[in-house]
Design a protein around this ligand. Structure first.
Ligand SMILES: C[S@@+](CC[C@H](N)C(=O)[O-])C[C@H]1O[C@@H](n2cnc3c(N)ncnc32)[C@H](O)[C@@H]1O
Length: 484
């Protein structure tokens, strides 16, 4: 029931290993969740009237002006260009380029849609982008397509001490690739740096790579159709945007990493300090959800947060493996092997579910007052996703797990609407999951639903109404991000 976010979050500083072939961590690309392709609603969807008046009025606003043509920086033009302006003198951003809004933009406005300059071979997927990825660029004859990618000029576009660090770390890999490809070492080094700054799991993009990062982004990078042979990516507005505003995305995936983890990642990988933006723009929601204040968190709480984040980092690949296996098993016909695989993975899912319930108890014991924290959002997302996995495997109705799924979706809804804003596709997914959970519990265990003590949801009628509202919000957010 929960969606899969796509992309990879390779975090933390470059590996400390002095192994020349040690992979370079690449930008944690955000090929964000594919909005649910179909709403698996059981209840008939009400006509999608607008619950958010702001969208309603926006749809009455004057039609946008024709987009301004972008300079031809890459061999192939984008599939779609929206109302964005390319600026070349944004001094405070490495590479000095940025996009701003050509006019007022409504939530969901499509800003760019483009195919990747290059996609990776299956051997690369899930692995950090490093020297093998550079070799793939060379053998695919795409070196010149990377000419306009940041850093265009190694001498001026990136701090020289960072360049020397990369140079020293990968010198033997660079010289051996240089001798086999007859490309000079500085060219190889620059290609490595372009991967650090622009690499996504789904590939490397042209114009899409000019969106800078923000701790409070007003846009989102999506990969809605990654099943097609030509998986394009696109960037859409995440909220109403004023003409001239700087257009930014979030580079980190999952989004819910602690400030400490994010700050270390951006310093090591992109050579800037996120606290500059957080302080200068006084991002109060970011500060609240990171408990950033001059005094910070008490040491014991800081420790608890960090250990819960590390545990979730270790749980993520386990869940990804289970979800991937589930997809395969669904596609295979029922055979002895499939049944065996199903039993194995159902057990793994159930063990992971129990471990995440324990982790949730630890959170409440050690951080009783930290109801609004970015790691609580991540923990709730994990609880929802692992419950969804267990439910997908179970042959009969499992009320306890369904209550966990519904409760975590309910708590998530209230945090995401504040932290991500009312138009974010993640919130849309949570709305649908919450509607599904309520609908199933209403049908099979209404008392179990009432025992969850959701605000003002103690009767069948109020629950059914709330379910309908959630489905409407899901439909509106989904439609907003499907307009062209
Ligand atoms: C994908 S590129 C973004 C486009 C880039 N500004 C250009 O001129 O092509 C990523 C690089 O831009 C810079 N950058 C992105 N977001 C930034 C921010 N919030 N503050 C400072 N530099 C940023 C960093 O150098 C980062 O490695």
């Amino acid at each position: 029931m929960a969606d899969n976010e796509d992309g990879f979050g390779l975090f933390g500083s470059d590996s400390e290993s002095d192994n020349d072939d040690a992979p370079i961590l690449s930008t944690a690309g955000i090929d964000l969740m594919k909005a649910k392709a179909q709403s698996s609603s059981s209840a008939p969807l009400p006509p999608s009237s607008i619950t958010n008046p702001s969208i309603h009025t926006l749809s009455l606003s004057p039609p946008p002006p024709p987009p301004v043509p972008l300079p031809p920086l890459w061999p192939t033009p984008p599939i779609h260009v929206g109302n964005i302006v390319l600026n070349q003198e944004s001094a405070s951003y490495g590479g000095s380029r940025s996009f701003t809004a050509q006019c007022d933009l409504h939530p969901g406005a499509l800003l760019i849609r483009e195919l990747p300059l290059i996609t990776w071979p299956s051997t690369q997927i899930g692995k950090p982008l490093g020297i093998e990825a550079v070799a793939h660029i060379i053998t695919s004859n795409k070196v010149s397509a990377f000419d306009s990618l940041h850093p265009v000029n190694l001498q001026t576009d990136v701090p020289q001490d960072e360049v020397s660090k990369i140079q020293a770390k990968y010198s033997s890999a660079i010289s051996s690739l240089s001798s086999t490809s007859s490309l000079p070492p500085p060219t190889i080094l620059r290609l490595l740096m372009t991967l650090i700054c622009n690499g996504f799991e789904s590939g490397v993009y042209g114009y899409l790579s000019i969106f800078n990062h923000s701790e409070s982004p007003n846009c989102i990078k999506l990969q809605p159709n990654n099943n097609d042979s030509q998986p394009y990516s696109e960037v859409r507005a995440l909220r109403p945007i004023k003409e001239g505003e700087h257009l930014t995305i979030s580079y980190v995936n999952p989004r819910e990493q602690t400030f400490t983890t994010r700050q270390a990642y951006f310093k090591a990988q992109h050579f800037f300090d996120i606290s500059v933006e957080i302080e200068s723009s006084n991002l109060t929601t970011v500060k609240k959800y990171d408990s950033l204040s001059p005094s910070g968190l008490p040491e014991l709480e800081e420790e608890a947060i960090s250990s819960i984040e590390n545990t979730l980092n270790s749980f993520d690949p386990l869940l990804s493996e289970i979800v991937e296996a589930q997809k395969q098993i669904k596609q295979l016909s029922t055979s002895h092997n499939t049944l065996e695989a199903k039993t194995t993975y159902a057990e793994k899912a159930s063990d992971l579910y129990s471990a995440s319930i324990e982790l949730s108890k630890t959170y409440h014991e050690r951080l009783p007052n930290l109801t609004h924290h970015i790691i609580r959002i991540r923990l709730l997302k994990f609880l929802r996703d692992v419950s969804s996995s267990v439910l997908d495997f179970s042959e009969d109705f499992d009320s306890e797990v369904l209550k966990t799924f519904t409760k975590s979706s309910y708590d998530l809804f209230h945090l995401q609407i504040e932290y991500l804003g009312e138009y974010h596709p993640d919130l849309g997914t949570t709305c649908l999951d919450l509607a599904e959970g309520i609908s199933l519990l209403l049908a099979r265990d209404p008392q179990g639903l009432f025992d969850l003590k959701f605000d003002n949801l103690q009767s069948v009628v109020s629950c059914a109404k709330f379910e309908g509202k959630m489905r409407k919000m899901f439909r509106e957010i989904k439609e907003m991000h499907e307009t062209t």
